[in-house]
Design a protein around this ligand. Structure first.
Ligand code: NDP
Ligand code: 2IT
Length: 452
């Protein structure tokens, strides 16, 4: 490692010691960037790396709301506005009990590079709260969302910062958040994405992350003259990203075998078909139930509960492809080894940073087609960018138009990432390629704008 990068990372560790996910994300990216910084001294002169890892602004706030028993509850809300060099801040909101500043800084940092890769003009941000929507009534979720927006509204805007969904924030929550923003600001603008179709939303936005991850997988397979037809696929998660990954895999003739939630995973050796996916969507999006019910409804399938054994047996099921679509660090070194040993040839990350650094090394050593999240899952935020454009133009594109643009964007990301990897003598290394291709655009803007 170069002295420059080493000293930045040491400094970062000292200043952000309780934030392991942030340090993990930054360390991977900065390591990839060494050859770029060596080639272009202007980045070092302008302290671009040092500035890149410090959020432009962090907002932390109290969210107090009243539960169904009339008791007052207090949560902590956040918005990390990481970088606005190439466009307004853009990125999702996560509602999950594990949310803390370090987690959102990692997600906001990844978002900066990802948004740059989309080819659209969007800066990077992330926000959320340590609120757990599980087991909460619609009324409780609504009151929480309203309380959250009552503070957040003053920090966002269609040309300032445009939040969207992430874990625990889907169409229902975006509705409550948007309604409250509009009520306070007295403005109907595209201040959030992932909105409903009849109030400023875009076709294909709910599908975009999952569809995009599968389009990215198609692009990777095409480099080896292969396609998804007949391929067995491991999918984790059963939320927004996992559902639409499975939908697109079925449409393309692949055979998804698994889905999961934080309780465990279901394995269906016959494959998850459209009817079974409909069941999952109703289970998760309407009844808000648990994935184990899948195995009760479809007896050919089995449910394996989560155990802390140092590995996840989901990743030990023999298959051709894997689409981790639940959460960060869900594939560790042992899991990655299982995937490689059991014949997986492609990993496309729907989730953000689902693979630990040791796992990433295993994939790169094995020369898998490995698409890291910031490239493979960029379709979600890309269609958010298209939603922003439609809102500003006051019109709606058709499903076909948006889907075509999504395909074109995933193709462009794939091309640009591969080109960057080749330019820096690491052909086929999508990690290096994504980090470099995403970085250069932001870094050049930071140099041009020189807000120093
Ligand atoms: P959802 O809330 O819709 O679904 C999340 C799924 O992951 C659920 O099945 C959930 O299970 C599971 N999960 C969440 N946390 C954990 C955990 N700690 N351990 C095990 N399982 C967990 O979220 P999304 O589908 O939107 O997000 C999934 C991933 O995709 C995240 O990494 C997110 O950052 C990323 N992503 C999302 C985008 C989007 O547009 N929504 C865009 C790009 C990336 P349970 O219900 O039990 O919690
Ligand atoms: O991680 C992500 O890219 C998202 N959660 C989507 C962000 C967005 O603004 O659509």
């Amino acid at each position: 490692m170069s002295n420059n990068v080493k000293s930045i990372l040491n400094d970062l560790e000292a200043r952000n010691s309780g934030e392991p996910e942030f340090l993990q994300a930054v360390s991977e990216v900065l390591t990839s960037l060494e050859p770029v910084v060596e080639r272009y001294p202007k980045y070092q002169e302008m302290k671009v790396l040092e500035r890149l890892v410090e959020p432009e602004r962090v907002i932390m706030f109290r969210v107090s709301w009243t539960d169904d028993n009339g008791e007052i509850q207090v949560n902590r809300g956040y918005r990390v506005q990481m970088n606005s060099a190439i466009g307004p801040y853009k990125g999702g909101l996560r509602f999950h009990p594990s949310v803390y500043l370090g987690l959102l800084k990692f997600l906001a940092f990844e978002q900066v590079i990802k948004n740059s890769l989309t080819t659209l003009p969007m800066g990077g941000a992330k926000g959320g709260a340590d609120f757990d929507p599980k087991g909460k009534s619609d009324g409780e979720v609504r009151r929480f969302c309203q309380a959250f927006m009552t503070e957040l509204y003053r920090h966002i805007g269609q040309f300032t910062d445009v939040p969207a969904g992430d874990i625990g924030v889907g169409g229902r929550e975006i509705g409550f958040l948007f309604g409250q923003y509009k009520r306070i600001a007295n403005q109907f603008t595209g201040v959030l994405t992932g909105k409903g179709l009849n109030w400023g939303g875009s076709e294909i936005r709910p599908e975009a992350t999952g569809y995009g991850a599968v389009y990215f997988a198609q692009e990777m397979l095409a480099t080896r003259a292969e396609n998804l037809q007949g391929k067995t696929c491991l999918v984790s998660g059963s939320g927004n990203v996992a559902q639409y990954t499975v939908e697109k895999l079925i449409e393309l003739g692949a055979k998804p075998l698994t889905m999961s939630d934080s309780d465990g995973f279901v394995h269906d050796p016959d494959g998850i078909d459209t009817e079974k996916l409909d069941f999952v969507m109703e289970l998760k999006n309407v009844r808000r139930g648990r994935i184990r019910e899948y195995a009760e409804r479809f007896p050919g399938a089995s449910f394996t509960p989560v155990k802390d054994e140092g590995f996840n047996p989901l990743w030990a099921i023999p298959a051709d492809c894997a689409f981790p679509s639940a959460t960060q660090n869900e594939i560790n070194g042992a899991d990655a080894r299982s995937l490689v040993t059991n014949g997986v040839k492609l990993v496309a990350e729907g989730a953000n940073m689902p693979t630990t650094p040791e796992g990433v090394d295993r994939f790169l050593e094995a020369k898998l087609l490995y698409g890291p999240g910031k490239a493979a899952n960029a379709g979600g935020v890309a269609v958010s960018g298209l939603e922003m454009t439609q809102d500003i133009e006051h019109l709606s594109w058709t499903r076909e138009q948006v889907d075509n643009k999504l395909r074109q964007i995933m193709h462009a990301i794939h091309t640009n990432v591969r080109a960057a990897a080749e330019e820096y003598n690491r052909p086929g290394d999508y990690v290096l390629g994504a980090n470099i291709a995403g970085f250069v655009k932001v870094a050049d803007a930071m140099v041009d704008e020189s807000t120093v």
